[in-house]
Design a protein around this ligand. Sequence first.
Ligand code: PMP
Ligand code: GLN
Length: 379
Amino acid sequence: MINSKLPNIETSIFAKMSKMAADHNALNLSQGFPNFPSDPALNALVDQAMSDGYNQYAPMPGDFGLRMEISKKIENLHDRFYNPEIEITITAGATQAIFTIIAATISKGDEVIIFTPAYDCYAPTVELFGGKIVPIQLKPPFYEVDWQEVADNISSKTKMIIINSPHNPSGMLFSKDDMLELQDLAEKNDLLVLSDEVYEHIIFDGNVHQSASKFEALAERSFVTASFGKTFHNTGWKMGYCTAPENLMKDFQKVHQFVVFCVNHPIQKALATYLKDKNHYLKLSDFYQQKRDFFLHLMEGSNFKIVPSKGTYFQMLDFTEISNENDIAFAERLTKEHKIATIPTSVFNEGRKDFKQIRVCFAKTDETLAEAAKILREL
Ligand code: PMP
Ligand code: GLN
């Protein structure tokens, strides 16, 4: 027998709800993934890379051509140069990047500030390495950060702040002012920052993504993570990357080489070519804004209270006017009785606080969105 290192951790809500959707033959708007295909042109590049023989280990930090394209992309968008030789590593999705960052930096007793509702992998990974989570609860409907509250939660043991903008599940964004506040606190208190930017290219209404890499003093102490799966509609490929200044990336790679050593080689070759066309990521916001607007239009007149998502491919729905159930019971009942699966968001909150909000993923065909809205509007 072993003593579990994570005695209180259950199976992830994404696995649970996707399984429940399948078991009950329900529309699956729970786990965040598109139900339309990855671009055939990108798939063909992967086929080509396999035929060309890129079927053995890639270099440990990743294919150099891909690292160069990522470096160019960040320089164009955020005016920051990451040296592709030593400041970029290709990872098995953002999840592996996040795990590796925490493994490389967090030791017993270190405190890590997270904003809840928080993506589910941060806290368990910090705890696995003996760190202590200091959660700061954001509140609906706008999920804004009170930076004085953050300052009040920093102690001599605080090592890192984890941020995520555009934010899963709320769909909120950090503004330039938020980033400046963060930069100020991180500098004053000598903190590391993990900036989870997997939805960097899905941002609406003319807003601009405020990457940690845009802000000089912040970039110096930040690890930034990204996900190709989110950007190119192929979450099952589990491809992503991490950027950080050389001194941080050195320690990241010390761990990376023993977590995975390197990641899928033919897909890296394909992505290196595909990234050369900026439209492949710059048009994504328009693509998803159409889906968000289509869905919101269909939901007009429903009994859910809705604040439009500003980024990500998620929409929060407040069901206080529909049911008194807790959000888990409500989401389970919707799946079993109404044949639509969503995510109850209390599982991401401090103490599982229930604000009666469920999350739907609108990375779906218009046909699926229309079917979903029809069910939801009748509640
Ligand atoms: N961070 C957030 C906020 C996410 O929503 C996800 C899910 N894609 C990840 C990290 C993990 O990304 P990946 O699938 O590339 O591991
Ligand atoms: N990021 C996806 C979501 O928020 C899920 C990823 C996963 O299943 N772990 O739904």
